[in-house]
Design a protein around this ligand. Structure first.
Ligand code: UDP
Length: 477
């Protein structure tokens, strides 16, 4: 925790309304507040309730200001304030449009409180202009790795996907260190088809706004991706501070449990189950807050877990009240004591940090990836969408702590179907044998480096302090 008090600095945090964005912002709020920085989270009423719950375990003072979400004005059902709870994917675009309507209310708050700076999500490009009206610097909060930011930029600028003849022919990402290969199939349509639609327009504006902003806060640490942190700053010319892994600010059980949604398993029950297992023996499978699988894929995973023979915790997003018609006959009885299924929301960081957990099957969302790295775990990478295919490359190819399950196609939600055999093979490659041990020891070392980075004198600690000093000198200027 910080010894110096930075009480003169007041930061507005303005996260996008999705759990994968709100969780790291909540951790960031705690991190800043632990150093005596005054923090106000700006969000909508329903999300404010969740933030109040997740930050209450922190002993620091974090203010939350709610602004009304213009659901009806944007053609959304009342109460739709979080992209994860939209009743239909068709409402995603109206949801993004609705966030633009927040600008006047946001500006009212800026006028009233005059914070030292605002940290707004990348998907709010208008926040740079709003802050500028009041002479306030705007920082961008990046929810991903330096590696992905660099790769995205090189793909966008040099369009290597337009020089291959098929969806599966690999191309090397130009100028990006490390000879990183990708295929067109692993890119979203809105990038590779060069169309101008709402999404590409937003991405374009987000990039322009980032370039005009005061800089970008990265939830990463230098030792994890030094080549890409340097490339981002020196070659791409961006101003960035790495302050992560922010999830490491959660030290107590209660803090680790209170992240995101309410967990659907009692943490004591979960810990008791894990305590009964040998060190490094349990595989944890979870695919984040958005991804969902159809029954065929769920069945394939169940059969793979049974065949792999490892103890496991498997998070299935389907609720208890939904019929598990996809479960193989007698699966739960046979897996009694060997596997734990969590239907709904798991206390992920609590689980990953337990010594019995020895591997993580992840969709490569950046928060999950970094949480796995912080826990020193080897991973099976199962990317689906967003920038997850880039994160997979970082984990498997650059850091050499992961094995790909073999997904080849960018999809929005459901994933291409991965067969039982591929899952069994990848799980055994991170759990059993000499190569698995090598991966594990590399992962452990990275976990130690992650912890060192956030301790006093560590690289993230130093960059965090540099950022605060710069903000203070802005105040004086
Ligand atoms: N998470 C959790 N329990 C769950 C599912 C997800 O705590 O059952 C948390 C996870 O720890 C991470 C976040 O939700 O912090 C998911 O973010 P990520 O970037 O990994 O993926 P996204 O949900 O954005 O696809």
């Amino acid at each position: 925790m910080g010894s110096e008090c930075h009480g003169s600095v007041h930061i507005f945090l303005f996260p996008f309304m999705a759990h994968g964005h709100m969780i790291p912002v909540s951790d960031t709020a705690k991190l800043f507040a632990s150093y005596g920085v005054k923090i106000t989270i700006v969000t909508t009423p329903l999300n404010a309730i969740r933030f109040a719950q997740t930050t209450q375990s922190s002993k620091f003072n974090i203010q939350i200001k709610a602004i009304e979400f213009p659901s009806e004005e944007a053609g959304l059902p009342k109460g739709c304030e979080n992209v994860d709870t939209l009743p239909s994917p068709d409402l995603v675009n109206p949801f993004f449009k609705a966030t633009r309507l927040l600008q006047p209310q946001f500006e009212e708050l800026l006028k009233e409180f005059k914070p030292t700076c605002i940290v707004a999500d990348m998907v709010f490009p208008w926040a740079t202009e709003a802050a500028a009206k009041f002479g306030i610097p705007r920082l961008v909060f990046s929810g991903t790795s330096f590696f992905a930011m660099c790769a995205l930029d090189c793909v966008k600028v040099y369009e290597p996907y337009s020089k291959v003849s098929s969806e599966t022919e690999p191309f090397v990402i130009p100028y990006l260190p490390g000879e990183i290969e990708l295929t067109r199939a692993q890119l979203p349509d809105f990038i590779k088809n060069n169309v101008l639609n709402d999404v590409t327009q937003l991405l374009k504006e987000a990039r322009e706004a980032e370039l005009k902003s005061f800089g970008i806060i990265m939830n990463s640490f230098y030792e994890l991706e030094p080549v890409y942190a340097d490339f981002y700053r020196n070659e791409l010319g961006r101003k960035a501070w790495h302050i992560g892994p922010v999830s490491l600010c959660n030290r107590e059980t209660e803090e680790k449990v209170q992240r995101g949604k309410e967990a659907t398993i009692d943490e004591h029950e979960c810990l008791k189950w894990l305590d009964s297992k040998k060190p490094d023996s349990v595989v944890y499978l979870c695919f984040g807050s958005v991804a969902d699988f159809n029954s065929t894929q769920l069945k394939e995973i169940a059969m793979a877990l049974e065949a792999a023979g490892q103890d496991f915790i498997w998070v299935v997003r389907k609720g208890k009240d939904e019929v598990d018609e996809w479960l193989p006959e007698g699966f739960e009885e046979r897996m009694e004591g060997k596997g734990l299924m969590i239907r709904g929301w798991a206390p992920q960081v609590l689980i990953l940090d337990h010594p019995s957990v020895g591997g993580f099957v992840t969709h490569c969302g950046w928060n999950s990836t970094l949480e796995g790295i912080s826990a020193g775990l080897p991973m099976v990478t199962w990317p689906l969408a967003a920038e997850q295919f880039y994160n997979e490359k970082l984990v498997a190819q650059v850091l050499k702590i992961g094995v790909g399950v073999g997904t080849q196609k960018w999809v929005r939600l459901f994933g291409d179907s991965v067969k039982k055999e591929a899952i069994v093979k990848a799980v055994s490659q991170i759990m059993v044998g000499e190569e698995a041990e090598e991966r594990r020891s590399r992962a452990r070392e990275l976990g130690k480096q992650a912890r060192r980075a956030v301790e006093e004198g560590g690289s993230s600690y130093q960059d965090f302090n540099k950022l605060i000093q710069e903000l203070k000198s802005q105040q004086l200027g």
